[in-house]
Design a protein around this ligand. Structure first.
Ligand SMILES: C[S@@+](CC[C@H](N)C(=O)[O-])C[C@H]1O[C@@H](n2cnc3c(N)ncnc32)[C@H](O)[C@@H]1O
Length: 266
């Protein structure tokens, strides 16, 4: 099967599902992955069933790092790169301790460690399968990151060392909104990475708000990715806790509320 034929099959089969632009960008990703041509027919079938191309080829790119992914972890998103960019821009110190809650593939931890080798990073997830993927990524990039199993909703674990930064991109989609989402997300990405049991999608933020100050050094930072419509609720939540200051919402490149930032009271 030659390349021209494969490309024409790709376009014929996938444009009706993904549209021209997305189909072309998927072709570029696929070609660059050097998949063996014997798998082509099977791959096309999976993509037609909206299996994410990143799971198919086994990796994606995040902050210029190749990040291995499989269906145990969320596929890292460009919005989350903006969160990393913001942290690195905002905090200059050389020897910080950082806790990354809900680390998944480890993408945030990896990008921070790569850019701040002096920082001690602890990636936490309740999923052992996710931690398995995160460890593979850290080994691949030769980055020394600590991984730990822990539950963000039940903070009866205590990090032995207080952190300067807590960062998280927690699940924030109410389970009730599942029916409004695109097919590939619903069927193939882990439910536990996306959905919350509460109706407003705030349970993880509430837990972080109630517990983080105890885990932070004085004046420590919290950086959270948020749902674009929840900024006001999250600001009010952290204000009423009385343990935080310098509370801010930062917009992403699309102009949407995307990053929550605050510091524990000094
Ligand atoms: C939205 S994903 C973020 C993954 C990764 N940090 C990223 O930005 O791509 C949320 C992560 O939180 C983890 N998670 C869900 N519930 C959790 C809990 N109760 N305690 C710890 N981690 C949890 C999921 O396994 C998933 O890896």
């Amino acid at each position: 099967m030659d390349e021209e034929y494969r490309k024409s099959e790709w376009i014929k089969e996938l444009v009706p599902i993904y549209g021209h632009r997305e189909t072309k960008s998927m072709w570029k990703i696929y070609r660059e992955s050097d998949r063996v041509s014997a798998k082509f027919t099977d791959d096309l079938k999976k993509l037609k069933a909206q299996f994410p191309i990143q799971y198919l080829i086994g990796y994606t790119w995040f902050y210029d790092l190749k990040v291995f992914v499989d269906p145990a972890v969320l596929i890292p998103r460009p919005e989350t790169e903006e969160l990393v960019y913001y942290i690195l821009d905002r905090v200059q110190d050389a020897d910080f301790t950082v806790m990354d809650l809900g680390t998944g593939s480890g993408c945030i931890s990896l990008a921070l460690k790569k850019n701040k080798p002096g920082w001690e990073i602890i990636g936490v997830d309740n999923s052992l399968e996710a931690l398995r993927v995160a460890k593979i990524n850290a080994q691949y990039h030769n980055l020394d990151i600590h991984w730990s199993q822990g539950d963000m909703l039940d903070w009866n674990w205590n990090a032995t060392k207080k952190s300067n930064i807590i960062v998280s991109n927690p699940p924030y989609i109410p389970l009730g909104d599942k029916s409004k989402m695109g097919g590939n997300v619903i069927f193939h990405e882990p439910e536990s990475a996306l959905f919350t049991a509460d109706r407003n999608g705030l349970e993880y933020y509430l837990s972080i708000c109630r517990n983080s100050w105890r885990q932070l050094k004085i004046g420590g930072w919290i950086f959270l990715e948020i749902h674009e419509e929840k900024g006001k609720d999250i600001v009010e939540m952290f204000e009423s806790e009385g343990k935080y200051e310098e509370i801010e919402i930062i917009k992403d490149m699309q102009g949407k509320d995307r990053i929550f930032c605050c510091r524990s009271v000094k």
